[in-house]
Design a protein around this ligand. Structure first.
Ligand code: 13P
Length: 332
């Protein structure tokens, strides 16, 4: 497993994090609609190109997660080099989202289970041949009056563990993402309890399925108040409670933990990561970012379909801020 550990380190170590640019076509279409850009394959190619070819992004970004369409596309401005080849040459690990989305969990109201295990071995082998060296699977856990149920935690954890084992068999590092959503009105304490249980059950399943912990990356939510909670927890409280929850549940063998941003503002996502790394510089795992919205929001809005240079500048600034936050030395 040395090789998988080495890849996981390249994705999350040395002050680097991951760019999540794996929005599915419908999600990408929503984002483009918000800036008045048509969601054509060409425009999606152009947008992903500006992120991937931003000059010097490799100083801050150790891996890029792509969608199936993107992993088959090429740069637009540098002699049409396949994205996978371009990233690999820059020392950035190419990755691929492989789940088929969160579907209604039969027998349970308002709960989801992520699908995509059927035929996964064959798809992973194809992505490996295309040059991917890691994969991502996202499970979704929603906090409601009577949710999550034990059935939902267990079904999602089991699927994550089956996926992770298949990835490692194919030579890919699995990003294991059990996301507790920020939607709702719940308090940070409620988020702690649910995240604690989700992580506990996920690691139980990973261990049962013989997943190598050093050859994986965990992608958790932070422990945080819900978007519509009356009381917003301070940066220090988010950092304290998130670290407490991770230390209680994530074995020290895990190479990297890379947070999702989940709907936090771009600034908050950086400040929270920074506070955690500033508080404890002796953590057993690399503690970094795997942000989608918090890295791309400014870039997408300033791009507007044409302003490429400004978009790249904004993306690089966010990437740099989060890289500094990996060492706890970011300041406004
Ligand atoms: P956000 O950072 O926008 O939550 O996206 C990360 C991601 O990859 C979700 O699966």
């Amino acid at each position: 497993m040395t090789n998988l550990k080495d890849i996981a380190f390249r994705m999350t170590g040395s002050g680097k994090g991951i760019l999540a640019a794996d929005e599915s076509t419908p999600t990408c279409t929503n984002r483009f609609n918000s800036i008045g850009v048509d969601s054509t394959p060409e425009n999606r190619n152009e947008y992903r190109d500006l992120l991937i070819t931003a000059n010097g992004m490799e100083k801050y970004i150790g891996g890029v997660i792509m969608f199936d369409e993107t992993i088959r596309q090429s740069t637009t401005c540098e002699n049409k080099i396949p994205f996978v080849e371009y990233l690999t040459k820059k020392g950035v690990v190419p990755g691929i989202k492989v789940d088929k989305g969160a579907k209604n969990l039969a027998g349970f109201e308002n709960e989801k289970v992520t699908e995509g295990l059927d035929g996964l071995r064959e798809r992973l082998n194809e992505y490996y041949e295309l040059g991917a060296r890691f994969a991502k699977w996202r499970a979704v856990i929603r906090i409601g009056d009577n949710t999550p149920s034990l059935g939902c935690y267990e079904a999602n954890a089991h699927a994550l563990a089956r996926y992770a084992a298949l990835c490692q068999e194919s030579g890919l590092v699995p990003i294991v993402e059990p996301e507790v959503l920020m939607n709702g009105t719940h308090t940070i304490d409620k988020c702690y309890d649910v995240t604690d249980k989700a992580l506990k059950i996920t690691f139980e399943q990973l261990i049962k399925q013989n997943v190598s912990l050093e050859g994986m990356v965990l992608k958790p939510n932070m422990v945080i108040s819900a978007l519509d909670c009356a009381e917003k927890a301070s940066v220090e409280k988010v950092a304290d409670m998130t670290l407490k929850c991770l230390k209680a549940n994530v074995p020290s063998e895990v190479t990297g933990i890379a947070f999702l941003s989940g709907g936090q503002s771009s600034d908050d996502a950086t400040k929270h990561l920074n506070a955690m790394n500033a508080q404890d510089d002796n953590l057993p795992w690399n503690l970094t970012f795997s942000y989608g919205r918090a890295l791309q929001h400014d870039a997408l809005n300033s791009w507007g379909g044409k302003n490429r240079q400004e978009a790249q500048k904004r993306f690089l600034q966010r990437a740099k801020n989060n890289s500094l936050a990996c060492s706890g030395v970011f300041s406004n």
